[in-house]
Ligand binder design. Sequence first.
Ligand code: NAD
Length: 484
Amino acid sequence: MNSVNSDAVKIGHLISGDMVNSGEYRDHVDPGKLSDIVAKVAVGTADDADQAIRAAHEAYLSWRKLEPKARIEMIMKADEVLGDSAEDLAPLLVREHGGMLWEAQTDFALGKGVLQHTASLAETFLEPVHIDDDQCTIRIEKQPRGVVAAIVPWNMPVVLTMMKLAPALATGNTIVLKPSPFAAAALTLALQRMAALFPAGVINVVHGDADVGEALTTHPLVRKVGFTGGTTTARSVMASAAGSIKNVTLELGGNDPAIVLDDADIETTLDRMIPGIFTRSGQICFAVKRVYVPRSMHDDFVDVLCKRVDEFVVGHGLTEGVKFGPMATEAQYHSVLTLIDTTKKAGAGVVELGRLAEGVEQQDGYYILPHVVVGASHDDEVSCCEQFGPIIPVIPYDDEEQVIEWANDSDYGLGSSIWTSNHERGLSMASRIEAGSTFINTHSFESLDLRMPFGGIKLSGIGREFGEFGMAEYVEDHSIRLLK
Ligand code: NAD
């Protein structure tokens, strides 16, 4: 495919407030229109990472001394700038990562919400704890860790960045961010606007691949790594960080179960569950990845699901009337196609549904139509893996004990959900699920609540994000005791 350089934007590293690059740039094409070069993004090196870290360290020495109030005021202004940036940058993000315009706008809106929420809690969170008795005076302070390396993926890059930047900056750390090469442009432009509101070096961005990621996770001046991405990459991140005993937060993949109980209404369940399966073409860490349905309800459930999904139109995210877009990367496209093929060969009932939007040809982008796997088994590959695409297995079960055992029988433990008309039954079952979050009668963007910690267990990660839970990951407790 011959690509053209239409209005490709040039993106360098952001170091001490300046956009710089003395090295190469790499073309990034629109995954929904492969003939369109969207951006030319700097390909960084370990030296670029080192410069960004040193700039962040220099800024840290005075940033940490500012009153929390002063830092929070700057974050509040950055929050407005990020919100305003959605207008011109959300469409650019769509052309970078293949999402819908509303999904990219949601990414900016959630990012803004995280900045605002964190800033509103930071002053109280940072107040020292005081204990005083006849013997002694104790003060427990929360101190920043230092330079934070934040490494993010391509699927929801804005909010995933803000989930690290907001708690890091509010608590007195400075940051070097490495975006994914598959969604670097809109995010960097937004950060450039935000960085201008802070002292130089507080917010830095360095672009590149695994070698730049490793340069960040091994650097002795980096004291904290906030990582969101795949479990395999996380193993390298953790190993690299071990050299200098850095603190890590890891937000990783999932294989979220949705358990439909026998008292659930199929139509209302699917109203809310379908967005949780197919938003971002299924490329969301806490998307519904396997659905368990009582055997007696299985056929009716699948009929309604397939009928609704068959209405879906798949196409470019900037086109009206489209339900979801292409896979974000060529590797993900091939991985999902291989999974569909393997599932068919294993003998499961794989139903392809929906259609491509008018004027869209298969070869224009990494398009995959929605697929439902009917009568899947709990231990089929398609039920156990993180598909990260528009394919969903529906698995019949016989009783509550069995479905809880199956839900927990996973290497992952990120999100999960229970669907029922009986709230008490849902709440009592939820406590038996092994996961970072369990939602009842919801499992999509609308399930998130900034007052709840977000994160996973087992191979889904370490640590929590949002609010006080997120800020706690970016501070060291410092205990001071005076003996009277
Ligand atoms: P990925 O692991 O391939 O890449 C994530 C980031 O790590 C990118 O910036 C990448 O360049 C960088 N990287 C690659 N190798 C590295 C190394 N050796 N050291 C340091 N950094 C390195 O993930 P992806 O394909 O971009 O994103 C998809 C994955 O992210 C899925 O598994 C998804 O579930 C997960 N994810 C998790 C959450 C969550 O909050 N739990 C949210 C979104 C996505």
